[in-house]
Design a protein around this ligand. Structure first.
Ligand code: SAM
Length: 242
């Protein structure tokens, strides 16, 4: 791989991985608060909708990739599924472990893992979830191939990610919000304008819904479908390993 995008910059792949790690190390302690502030609490609804689609079941093994501070895993653990929260960033996982302790959530497995090169053996999981994680991964096709590899036959893949809304006028509104408000809130609350600028720019650079669906198919998944939220400003992509 030659150069890859880090926000609007083109950087060598290893530099992107290093910088993304820096972004999440910087924001880890304020991550949950910032999600609420930036989305007006809406990320909670999107995550609920996502987990309803996943339908975790007792006895299943589920990998929540780029699981960060545990938001998706916390919503699935009550089902009785065995959840592994995996993330490349130790600080994000540590915040999650502490949150789980405070909320009395038990039974989660926390693992430091790079989505591009998982240490799990083939066909370990019944479902793979990744929420607001894939656009931060340097080599997205590699991560999708790894998702496919660690799923059992009949396993389900689910991705919740920002995308591009097809609603007329939405883009202008969103551009203005994200360019003017988000970095300022990032600076005021987290003291870190640059990290939030990166997060916005990475959203804009992410492939649109049909392109990303094509990438999931290319990794080997079948029956790939997309559920747009807010016209596709956020989207749930899913597929099956058959
Ligand atoms: N899933 C959580 C949520 O929805 O709140 C966290 C999402 S957070 C925006 C993105 C996460 O992706 C960060 O915790 C970051 O460390 C993780 N990440 C970025 N690149 C990764 C990679 N290559 N492998 C695993 N995790 C990665």
């Amino acid at each position: 791989m030659d150069k890859v995008s880090f926000g609007y910059e083109e950087v060598p792949p290893e530099e992107k991985t290093r910088r993304v790690r820096g972004v999440f190390s910087n924001v880890a302690s304020r991550y949950d608060l910032m999600n609420d502030l930036m989305s007006g609490g809406m990320h909670r609804l999107w995550k609920n909708q996502f987990v309803r689609r996943v339908k975790p079941r007792r006895g299943e093994a589920i990998l929540d990739m780029a699981g960060g501070t545990g938001d998706i895993a916390f919503r699935m653990v009550g089902s009785g599924a065995q959840i592994t929260v995996a993330d490349i960033n130790r600080e994000m996982l540590d915040v999650g472990i502490e949150r789980a302790r405070r909320q009395g959530i038990e039974g989660l497995v926390w693992a430091e893992e790079n989505a591009e090169a998982l240490t799990f053996v083939d066909q370990t999981f019944d479902a793979y979830t990744i929420a607001f994680g894939i656009r931060n991964v340097t080599d997205i096709p590699a991560a999708l191939r790894e998702a496919h590899r660690v799923l059992r036959i009949g396993g389900r893949f689910f991705c919740l990610e920002f995308s591009t809304s097809t609603w007329p006028g939405f883009r202008e509104l969103y551009d203005s919000y994200s360019h003017n408000i988000v970095p300022r809130v990032g600076r005021a609350v987290a003291g870190d304008e640059d990290s939030y600028r990166y997060l916005i720019e990475s959203i804009r650079r992410f492939p649109d819904m049909p392109t990303f669906a094509g990438m999931i198919e290319k990794a080997g998944f079948a029956r790939v479908s997309v559920e747009p939220i807010l016209g596709g400003a956020v989207a749930i992509h899913s597929g099956w390993k058959i």
